[in-house]
Design a protein around this ligand. Structure first.
Ligand SMILES: [Zn+2]
Length: 56
């Protein structure tokens, strides 16, 4: 059995989660969001209120 690689799927993070330190972009408008703290909660996009993000 091989693990990993499931045909190009991306990790999606939703607002309200605490995905950890890193840079995230809105899946809808592409606005960047930085989390500086591992306890920070991902907030909805400040531009379009979208609630899903990809990690960069
Ligand atoms: Zn957005």
């Amino acid at each position: 059995m091989r693990l990993g690689q499931k045909g190009g799927d991306k990790m999606v993070y939703k607002c309200g989660e605490k995905p950890g330190i890193g840079r995230y972009i809105c899946t809808k408008c592409g606005a960047p969001k930085n989390l500086d703290n591992s306890t920070d909660t991902l907030a909805p996009c400040s531009r379009c209120r979208n609630c899903t993000f990809n990690k960069v």
